[in-house]
Design a protein around this ligand. Structure first.
Ligand SMILES: [Zn+2]
Length: 280
């Protein structure tokens, strides 16, 4: 029998992942290792670093180094193209909160989505969260910029829109994040996720060089390149469903996913949970 492992991304017992390539760090720093294996799980179709970077590695990346000094984040044409793209998402994917409703931008940085929302409706309550305070004083379009982990937010507050734009690929446990966010979603709420997907034209078993040339191959910052399959598996566990998926962004190098509450999944999940704690 072939060897099986527990996939850290889809959290299932799966065949050993396929090795794509050995990859060296693209980012300087005192990380736990200088190279990783880039592997593909055939079960959830996710490409990820193996082993996963440690919590200490992530601390070096996000709390000890300045991330937003690059001109990319202050250049006028860059700003207008970001706002145009997120505005397009808000208007065309059913994401725009109504007046008085709240939005949450996770790992917000300059909080592009909050800014695009405020350009359309001043009365939406925009909340941004990040683990560093680098941008917290620079975002007039955010009503409350929360510096700290998500679990320090008011647990009772519900959001019409939760966005993670180029954030989820940095997480060791993206499934746990979606479960946590699902609890914060209003019944009509939506979660918008954008992130790197894979190099143009790459398929499992395809050309290794495309990964080595991929502009989004950031080692060890980008831990996992998620897939439609992974979102389907994870959404079901979180009481959510995928209502939109488009992996054609940036010529297929990035994806956008929109998740909404799935009343059926949620009720069966509750049923299982109750059974587990002996109430069913
Ligand atoms: Zn997997």
């Amino acid at each position: 029998m072939s060897k099986t492992i527990n996939c850290p991304l889809c959290q299932r017992k799966v065949a050993e992942p396929e090795l794509i390539a050995g990859v060296s760090n693209t980012h300087g720093g005192a990380f736990s290792q200088t190279s990783y294996d880039l592997v593909h799980c055939r079960d959830c179709d996710v490409v990820r670093l193996d082993p996963l970077p440690t919590e200490a590695d992530l601390d070096i990346l996000y709390r000890q180094t300045e991330q937003f000094s690059d001109d990319l984040y202050t250049d006028d044409s860059r700003i207008s193209s970001m706002l145009e793209y997120y505005g397009h998402c808000l208007e065309n994917l059913g994401l725009m909160p109504a007046g008085g409703e709240a939005s949450l931008e996770v790992g917000a940085g300059f909080a592009w989505v909050s800014r695009a929302i405020k350009m359309r409706d001043e009365s939406v309550v925009t909340i941004a969260q990040d683990v560093t305070d680098e941008c917290s004083e620079k975002c007039a379009w955010v009503d409350r910029y929360h510096v700290g982990l998500l679990d320090t937010l008011d647990p009772g507050q519900k959001f019409r829109l939760i966005s993670l734009t180029h954030v989820i690929e940095h997480l060791r446990h993206p499934a746990a994040m979606l479960v946590e966010l699902a609890e914060k979603l209003s019944p009509e709420g939506r979660i918008l996720v954008t992130a790197p997907h894979r190099p143009i034209g790459w398929q499992p078993g395809g050309d290794v060089q495309t990964w080595l040339d991929y502009s989004y191959l950031h080692v060890p910052a980008h831990i996992a390149y998620l897939s439609r399959e992974w979102f389907d598996i994870t959404a079901a566990r979180a009481g959510l469903k995928v209502v939109h998926w488009d992996a054609g962004h940036e010529d297929g190098q990035a994806f956008e996913a929109v998740l909404g509450v799935d009343p059926d999944a949620r009720s069966s999940w509750w049923a299982r949970l109750k059974k587990k704690v002996g109430q069913g």
